[in-house]
Design a protein around this ligand. Structure first.
Ligand code: ZN
Ligand code: ZN
Ligand code: ZN
Ligand code: ZN
Length: 348
């Protein structure tokens, strides 16, 4: 992620709520899409201080009530919640000990992932919109019924125990995964959403050539076979992960998540002047190359501290072609010439 700048010239971060130098109130502005200082007004609203923006905002209600969000809402927007928080259909029971912290971690990961999704020009269906499949979230705890993390017709359900790092690490080791993170969950489940939204309606033929036929075997059959036999031993030749071998839908979601990892890392490196790649353009091959180069360095940093590899995967040729297919989805649906103001207006 990039950093931002306060009016006092200090750095602000994506999750900032205050400037640590001048103590000004800070928020993510939906108009200029910058984390910037806010000038508080007597009526509780803010004026965005990012140069030239001056949009009148109020704090997202989840910030006021729970300190669970750092986004502003345009004052002319009728909704109390920001455009990210309003996608929630169910949030955890906050009277239960520990749930507020878990939910905050989920929201932070969700905001981070959705910011980049918008940045690469993928559309997000807002609740109440007719033309796009609305994206919705449910963050739930196991009850009488266990909650499975997954996606169905625009609804992403995440079991809140995934926000518990002990549980997550146990599961990661159990399934032999190189990484297991909240941002990774959001990226994977969004892959299923974008398959429904962008691939199913008009790109099915191209999809099947790369990922296989999603109707044969059926998802249920494929799942059963996978849980009996596991991934085929030669999966690295054509898949991004063992889990991707289960079914073309999982292959797409796993590859989509990897694509978002790559974009986020290369964008970050670009922001800090470490690579000369324009992530917003069609420089797919350059981006793959840059990601490989950053990966080597970042992995060595991580190994020095004893952390897991940042970029665990090696891209085989078939995986690169699958990633290229996903790259084109962003380009096709993007309105790259739109200014940030227009881009956020689209989903208001
Ligand atoms: Zn400041
Ligand atoms: Zn602004
Ligand atoms: Zn919010
Ligand atoms: Zn999946």
């Amino acid at each position: 992620m990039q950093t931002f700048q306060c009016v006092c010239q200090s750095k602000l971060f994506f999750g900032s709520t205050h400037c640590v130098s001048c103590d000004r109130t800070v928020a993510m502005c939906p108009a200029c899409r910058k984390v910037s200082a806010m000038e508080p007004q007597t009526d509780g609203t803010w004026i965005c201080q990012h140069k030239g923006c001056k949009t009148k905002l109020r704090p997202c209600q989840n910030r006021l009530d729970h300190a669970a969000c750092n986004r502003g809402v345009r004052v002319d927007d009728e909704q109390e919640l920001c455009t990210t928080c309003r996608l929630n259909q169910v949030i955890p029971d906050l009277t239960v000990d520990g749930n507020l912290e878990k939910w905050k971690r989920l929201e932070a990961a969700k905001r981070r992932v959705l910011f980049m999704v918008e940045k690469i020009g993928l559309p997000i269906g807002m609740p109440g919109q007719e033309e796009l499949l609305p994206l919705r979230f449910e963050f739930k705890a196991d009850d009488a019924e266990p909650v499975s993390t997954g996606h169905s017709e625009g609804l992403i359900v995440i079991n809140i125990k995934e926000a518990d790092s002990v549980h997550r690490e146990q599961t990661r080791v159990e399934f032999g995964e190189p990484q297991r993170t909240l941002v990774g969950h959001f990226r994977h489940e969004l892959g299923h959403y974008y398959w429904d939204l962008l691939v199913k309606p008009k790109l099915l033929k191209e999809f099947r050539e790369l990922f296989g036929n999603e109707e044969a075997p059926t998802y249920a059959d494929a799942q059963q076979i996978y849980y009996q036999k596991g991934a085929r031993p030669d999966w690295r030749e054509a898949f991004i992960s063992g889990y991707a071998t289960m079914h073309p839908w999982e292959d797409f979601a796993e590859t989509f998540a990897t694509y978002l990892d790559m974009v986020a890392i290369v964008f970050t490196a670009q922001h800090f002047g470490r690579v000369n790649v324009d992530v917003d353009l069609n420089e797919f091959d350059a981006m793959v190359k840059a990601y490989g180069e950053i990966g080597i360095v970042a992995n060595e940093f991580n190994r020095e501290i004893g952390l897991l590899d940042l970029v665990p995967e090696v891209f085989s040729k078939p995986v690169i072609e699958k990633l290229r297919f996903i790259h084109r989805l962003g380009n096709r649906s993007a309105n790259r010439d739109s200014s940030p103001e227009q881009a956020s207006g689209r989903q208001a």
